[in-house]
Design a protein around this ligand. Structure first.
Ligand SMILES: [Zn+2]
Length: 73
């Protein structure tokens, strides 16, 4: 799959029961995108996507995977 943030080749780590996707990108790290905001994220420019991931990292507790969700988009 392609990374939703930078477009590079990335690994899909989505668990079967997760509403959304979990991505491991060697540029962006591991992050999750909630299914509710995935379309919205993919319509953004690349800099705006990177900003969304930065916000998700800010919201995530230490050791928690950042999730881009409705708090962010
Ligand atoms: Zn990436």
């Amino acid at each position: 799959m392609q990374c939703c943030i930078c477009g590079a080749a990335a690994e899909d780590q989505t668990p079967g029961d997760f509403d959304g996707i979990r991505v491991a990108c060697r540029h962006c790290g591991v992050y999750e995108v909630n299914g509710a905001v995935l379309d919205r994220l993919l319509r953004l420019s690349l800099p705006a996507r990177a900003e969304a991931l930065a916000k998700a990292r800010h919201f995530a507790s230490q050791g928690q995977t950042p999730q881009i969700d409705t708090r962010i988009l």
